[in-house]
Design a protein around this ligand. Structure first.
Ligand code: CU
Length: 134
């Protein structure tokens, strides 16, 4: 599974890293399809589909329940100052996403309608849900 996981850097780089996130995360947008090598623009990787965002701050996913149309890519952004988080789908289950350091994000595209419940790997008390409508 590809993510844009990157190692810790100085906080001063957070903005620059965020600015680069869409480009750097392009491979992660291809989660639902086989990777075919680099060079794809983010817009191509998402199929120009919509992108919705879940923020992570104070050990909470915001919004805790997000409803999106099928074909939407959800981007989780860790806005903590020093805490890492991950996205771990429990229903239906999926491997834990790579840990996000502050300022980093993780993407998953949802093509199939349904209810997707998730938690955070290191903090199972954190709960979230993505409802995907047709
Ligand atoms: Cu967490």
């Amino acid at each position: 599974m590809h993510t844009a996981h990157r190692r810790c850097g100085p906080h001063g780089l957070a903005l620059a890293r965020a600015a680069l996130a869409l480009v750097a995360l392009a491979p992660a947008l291809a989660l639902a399809q086989p990777a075919t090598g680099g060079g794809a623009a983010a817009s191509a990787a998402t199929g120009n589909g919509p992108v919705a965002e879940v923020l992570i701050l104070d050990y909470k996913f915001t919004p805790p329940v997000l409803t999106v149309r099928a074909g939407t890519t959800v981007r989780w952004l860790n806005q903590e100052k020093r805490t890492t988080h991950s996205v771990q789908f429990t229903h239906p289950p999926a491997p834990e996403g790579e840990r996000m350091f502050p300022g980093e994000s993780w993407l998953r595209r949802f093509d199939t309608p349904g209810r997707y419940e998730y938690t955070c790997g290191p903090h199972p008390e954190m709960k979230g849900r993505i409802d995907v409508t047709p």
